[in-house]
Design a protein around this ligand. Structure first.
Ligand code: PLP
Length: 444
């Protein structure tokens, strides 16, 4: 058998997310007989075949690996696989969800620019925008996603992107993706969405989002073992058409030898050549700020990604049952779960999510803060953890943990009251979950 034949993989043909989660990402780029499971390329650097080949890589003329801060074969497969799951043209893996948000936004903004952001955000992201970016001279204008037109009203000549979370928690009000995407389109502004809580369940690109970010730490990894993040490019935003609004994409960049990003990378054959946005993020921000994903974590996240569709279906089924149980419980004041929404919100849930309301449930126990903490302390099967996205069920009291650093007004805007409890419903048997919730409610 000729050596090359030994290496050539059969092209995997698939069209659906379930198949992409298992087969996405070309193992053939590894340069060896394709292994079934993506290996961990635990290396910082790569032997360069010649100075000419090295120059080709550094000048963005040829695909290749030189140093793992910029790319790594294990991380490449994760990037391509998640891009395939979401129908994106390319992905960029980074060290955390926070790094994904930071790089996606800084890729478009410099001092004097502004971001229009939903005011229903994860506390860490709110702080990043309201404080850290502000110190760099990047302003954030927070608007309520309940009024999509507010994004347009807050836009001026220095607005570089809109940002929101598809299912902000703990409020759990689904973001009006289609409506804000239409406003974004009419202003020549890309819509960047954090889809951390609904991977596979919601396909934001099909509803008009341009750039997606994920904390892969959560449902993509699914086992709570690794911190990681991803940025995906839909490939649908026309940066050149809106050149005046996006100078960082369309004018010579001194950070990379004066290249113009929209006109760079055409010679790259792999995914690096498919996204000017991510090529710029990788070759300037990832290079300069350094939050690269470790190949070991990429391996663990890939293992999780393979079962993402199965897990998200199981999370959704259990969460819907838990939400119904709580909704009918006399000690529960109020439950928030997307499938329990009414009116316009219910229509949006049906359009965007179909029958899967997602994995998160928020509720308020009668009796406020004390009742909330007594409930959490009485749980036995459900863990008390300030995380979501694990196969295990987890409960959090946001007012004293994830949202504690926010001023009370921001807490309320995010849907956090003193007595609210957030559940990330896992994939245990529903009977065991209901038994644990029942006994914990009895202890309140
Ligand atoms: N985005 C959302 C919606 C999150 O909930 C989180 C973390 O909880 C992040 C981003 C940050 O992700 P990471 O913890 O992986 O940095």
């Amino acid at each position: 058998m000729p050596a090359d034949e030994n290496r050539s993989p059969r092209t995997k043909a698939f069209t659906r997310a379930e198949s992409a989660a298992v087969h996405g990402g070309r193992q053939s780029r590894l340069g060896i007989t394709p292994p079934v499971v993506t290996p961990i390329f635990q290396t910082a650097a790569y032997e360069l075949p010649s100075t000419a080949a090295a120059a080709g890589i550094f000048d963005l003329l040829t695909d290749g690996h030189a140093y793992s801060r910029l790319n790594n074969p294990t991380c490449d497969v994760l990037e391509e696989r998640m891009a395939a799951v979401d129908g994106a043209v390319a992905g960029l893996a980074v060290a955390s969800g926070q790094a994904a948000v930071t790089l996606a936004l800084l890729n478009l903004c410099q001092a004097g620019d502004n971001v229009i952001a939903s005011d229903e955000l994860y506390g860490g992201t709110w702080n990043l925008l309201a404080n850290t970016f502000a110190r760099f001279g990047v302003e954030t204008r927070f608007v309520s996603p309940a009024d999509p037109a507010a994004f347009g009203a807050a836009t001026d000549a220095r607005t570089r992107c809109y940002f929101g979370e598809t299912l902000p928690n703990p409020r759990l009000r689904l973001f009006p993706v289609e409506e804000v995407a239409a406003v974004a389109e009419s202003h020549g502004v890309p819509l960047v969405l954090d889809n951390t809580m609904l991977p596979y369940v919601l396909r934001p690109i099909e509803h008009g989002a341009h750039i997606l970010v994920y904390s892969a730490t959560k449902y993509i990894g699914g086992h709570g073992s690794s911190i990681g993040g991803l940025i995906l490019d839909s490939g649908t935003f026309d940066w050149e058409r809106h050149a005046a609004r996006h100078p960082l994409m369309n004018t010579p960049d001194p950070a990379h030898g004066g290249v113009v990003w929209t006109r760079t990378g055409q010679d790259l054959s792999g995914p690096l050549g498919r996204s000017a946005f991510l090529l710029k993020a990788r070759e300037t921000l990832l290079r300069d700020l350094g939050p690269c994903l470790s190949p070991f974590n990429a391996f663990l996240l890939l293992q999780g990604l393979e079962t993402l569709p199965l897990r998200m279906r199981a999370h959704g089924e259990n969460a819907a049952r838990v939400a119904r149980f709580l909704h009918e419980h006399p000690l529960v004041e109020r439950v928030r779960y997307p499938s329990l929404a009414t009116g316009e919100e219910a229509d949006r849930v049906r359009r965007l999510l179909g029958g899967n309301g997602g994995p998160l449930v928020q509720f308020e126990i009668k009796g406020g803060r004390e009742a909330g903490s007594r409930f959490i302390e009485a749980l036995t099967l459900v863990s008390h953890v300030t995380n979501v996205g694990d196969v295990r069920s987890m409960a959090t009291h946001p007012a004293s943990t994830t949202h504690a650093q926010l001023p009370e007004a921001q807490q309320l805007a995010a849907g956090v009251t003193q007595g609210s409890v957030r559940l990330s419903v896992g994939i245990e048997h529903i009977d065991d979950l209901i038994t644990d919730l029942t006994q914990a409610l009895r202890a309140v």
